[in-house]
Write a protein that binds this ligand. Sequence first.
Ligand SMILES: [Zn+2]
Length: 438
Amino acid sequence: MVAAKKRRKRARKEKVDLLIVNANELVTLSGDNQEPRTGKHMHNLGIIRRGGLAVKDGRIVAVGETSEIRKGFRAENVTSASGKIVMPGFVDPHTHLVFAGSREDEFQMRVEGASYMEILDAGGGILKTVRETRKAGVEKLLEMGFKTLDVMLEHGTTTVEAKSGYGLTVKDELKILRVTKRLNRLHAVDVVPTFLGAHAIPREYKGNPQGYVDLITEEMIPKVAERKLAEFCDVFCEKGIFSLGRTRRILVAGKSHNLKPKVHADEMSRLGGAELAADIGAVSAGHLLFSSDDGVKAMASKGVIAVLLPAAAFSLMTGRYAEARKMINLGVPVALGTDFNPSCWFESQQLVIAFACHFMRLTPAEAITAATINAAHAIGRAGEVGSLEVGKKADIIVLGVPNHKFLGYRFGVNLVDKVVKNGRIVVDREASQSGFFF
Ligand SMILES: [Zn+2]
């Protein structure tokens, strides 16, 4: 009698693939996610205490208190997040994922006082990586990109943007973008491609930047667009690299081929990249260390997302960081990325959050918003990822800390306990954890 009653009760529960229950904090970031979050809304994490969620067919089907989730759903695979936090997988909206070689010798030169631009002018920096990437075969690039994505995933990143820009010939830029496309197919992490042929002036165009801009606008962009190899077009707008006028020309050409504009702006000098990003209707602008107040205000009025990259600023060793507080006060939506590249070899958004808190005074809540939902907006994926809401992809991380304020506070170790990608547990470090002291 009792058993039959129990069976009937169980039958009313919907069977799903995975339940995550008992989270000390379920950080949902739910709410109005039509637009990226600005100002005080960056603090609103939508936390559910003792939260849980249900996952089916790779999607989130329910979010709420554990008791409600338990009432409505059952699964063979049930994960307890007791004493831990559960949040959306990190979205990294700015990486240079595909390249060959490394630049540790230049790192030492920079430690000893050489500047980034001095190294580039001497044929090093990006140009060294270009030489190595041109020589590398597709298999080599795939292998290296795959390993990087593994590390990112282990650190909780489930979606990344990846820029080309170490080829700088038609053939090599296409090669990099094809590798990017294959990585997206082969690896669990979702990879969103950006064309960055305007990353540097290659050696063969030294003294003829106009000739290289012609190559980008007349050959590279049409071919990239025709083959559907990128969604965005980016330019390294910087004194001595791509001027404002050339940046505009390239981004306009990109737009005419449906490549949405992004800019590397005001990283090493106040050139007016922020103003240009607003004027041209860029989705986002990256770096912004030297941006003017007018530029920041223009970005706010046009809703251009500031993708701040404190790990890149850290690697420049100048002690200067973007003025994130001012940007937030003025209403600019702020996102955070690693800027993973061979001069700034950081894979972890956890470390970026720590830098954002320490050097730019973002609160942990603001930094979490910046590395999830706002980052998703910066790469056109906010409808799919960046928050834990019914209907979205089940890209979820469990972190071995009791509340979200530990992000940024405890750093230098990997806090990830589990990573769920498209509804499947793809990283499970619980067994290897030495255990947290709570
Ligand atoms: Zn970059």
